[in-house]
Ligand binder design. Structure first.
Ligand code: BES
Ligand code: MN
Ligand code: ZN
Length: 498
């Protein structure tokens, strides 16, 4: 897909399809009104006849509109003008992308970025349009022997804006494409099955990124080295599987050598059966997505490299399977983590925190400014927040605030949960320093409490993406979240540094 900027009247544009917004009820947007005039009331006529009333998600495709030079016009419903904001804009853009792609037009000009979105500038509208359009065109067909190709898919999209903003928009298009590429990488990896996307596969994907980008250095630690260092918690999870665990590090140096990095730690469980505390059979296939935290780290690093952000970012990915082999950890086993703290494994299905805790201790060596871990960590988070917001917990309110704001801007929202000390005692153990589970209550919080015992020496945030990393049902598949949130957070830091 190619994206360009344009600044031209809709009636004179020569293209396969122009995209115009319509508000409820039957209210043409400004661009649509102009188009309507030159086409001698074509659009008002159609609306009067009841072809469309402007509800969000509606579309109407008109062929060979009179008085214009385009082959088609796509009208897109935008809902009530008074209620038009981020989410309606995003929905209209998504609907348009799908409809144009199916229309047979191979190029199009969109006038949706001309619509007023409260508190959002043209950069935001253009960048979002690229991200959303790219996301709509993705198909999870990497493993299909016959891909069902759209005949005449959309290849070029021009975004119409006021001519005074074309420089900003050119930057927005580049940034949007960088983020979209990061999201797509995260989705592709998430959608691959567990027998393909193994810990070794994630490592090879990381190495490929390292070859692709000059400023990215990648290294992979094997189990023998982990053992030497004392990563007893991480290794306790990989014991039950034939696939060896990998600890993947990616160091992006976009800043100065002395700049303390942002470290992103991603849970990379390439299949989570639960281990000896085995999960029920129904929907267990979805546990191939248990590496979406890792995928989001790779995706975010890809976006950083594409944008050449002027900061240092490190990705750390503990990657393993969680299987119930003959040498698997058993409930009641006690292991010693890299930090020296001992852990009683009361449930082998609470494996994410076991691999993350060693990775979180390990990343101290990077002298991080902040550390953010991203993990499909708890089913409880899905119950608490559903599929709309990720769970956010942090030992630093300033950091939490920045991440929440980045999520709002990126349309990839998180919601903060408390990390109060009162919850900590749920992890008490009779036999070890603490247990790896904290009972039924507040499962997302006690999981974060567990991690907080390994992150006392730096500013840290934890993002539980169990509810947002993939969709269930007919549209089952990875979403690429929270690559947009993380990338926006890093962009904001660059802007703050200046
Ligand atoms: N990967 C799962 C969390 C999960 C469950 C994500 C469902 C998405 C959907 C994690 O490893 C897990 O099994 N967590 C347990 C923890 C419990 C044993 C304390 C859970 O949430 O049930
Ligand atoms: Mn589990
Ligand atoms: Zn898991």
């Amino acid at each position: 897909m190619k994206f360009t900027v344009k600044s031209e009247k809709p009636a004179t544009v020569k293209t396969g399809c122009i995209v115009l917004g319509v508000f409820e009820r039957r209210r043409l947007s400004e661009a649509a009104q102009r188009f309507d005039k030159t086409s001698r009331g074509l659009l008002t006529g159609l609306l009067k006849e009841g072809e469309m009333d402007g509800k969000c998600g509606q579309t109407l495709l008109v062929h060979h509109p009179r008085g214009a030079r385009c082959e088609r016009v796509l009208l897109v419903g935008c809902g009530k003008q008074r209620e038009f904001s981020d989410s309606q804009y995003r929905q209209a853009v998504a609907t348009a992308a799908k409809a144009v792609n199916a229309s047979g037009a191979t190029d199009a000009v969109s006038y949706l970025a001309d619509l007023e979105v409260p508190e959002r500038d043209t950069y935001w509208k253009a960048c979002s349009m690229v991200e959303i359009t790219m996301a709509q065109l993705y198909k999870p067909d990497a493993m299909k022997s016959r891909k069902d190709k759209t005949s005449r898919p959309l290849r070029r999209l021009a975004i119409n804006v006021d001519s005074s903003t074309t420089a900003t928009v050119t930057r927005a298009l580049a940034d949007g494409q960088a983020i979209a590429a990061g999201v797509e990488l995260a989705r592709v990896l998430g959608d691959l099955p567990g027998n393909v996307c193994t810990p070794a596969y994630l490592a090879s994907q990381a190495r490929d990124l390292g070859k692709q980008y000059k400023k990215l250095r990648v290294s992979v630690m094997e189990e023998a080295a982990m053992k030497k260092l004392g990563m007893g918690a991480l290794l306790s999870v990989s014991r039950g599987s034939e696939e060896p665990a990998k600890l993947i590090s990616l160091e992006y140096s976009g800043g100065d050598a002395g700049d303390r990095p942002v470290v992103l730690v991603g849970k990379g469980v390439t299949f989570d059966s639960g281990g000896i505390s085995i999960k029920p059979a129904s929907a267990m296939d979805e546990m191939k997505f248990d590496m979406c935290g890792a995928a989001s780290v790779l995706g975010t690093l890809k976006a950083c490299n594409e944008m050449e952000l002027p900061i240092n970012v490190v990705g750390v990915i503990p990657a393993t399977e969680n299987l119930p082999g003959g040498t698997a950890s058993k409930p009641g086993d006690i292991v010693t983590s890299l930090s020296g703290q001992t852990i009683e494994i009361l449930n082998t299905d609470a494996e994410g925190r076991l691999i993350l805790c060693d990775a979180l201790s390990y990343c101290e060596k990077y002298n991080p400014d902040v550390v953010i871990d991203i993990a499909t960590l708890t089913g409880a988070c899905v119950i608490a927040l559903g599929s709309h917001a990720a769970g956010l917990l942090s030992n630093d309110d300033e950091l939490a605030k920045d991440l929440l704001a980045a999520g709002m801007t990126a349309g990839d929202r998180a919601w903060q949960l408390p990390l109060w000390s009162e919850y900590q005692k749920q992890l008490d153990s009779n036999f070890a320093d603490f247990a790896n589970i904290g009972g039924r209550e507040a499962g997302t919080i006690t999981a974060a409490c567990f991690l907080s015992r390994f992150t006392e020496d730096y500013r840290w945030a934890h993002i539980d993406i169990a509810g947002v990393a993939w969709k269930q049902g007919k549209e089952k598949g990875a979403t690429g979240r929270p690559v947009p949130l993380l990338t926006r957070f890093l962009q904001d830091r660059c802007a703050a540094i200046g």
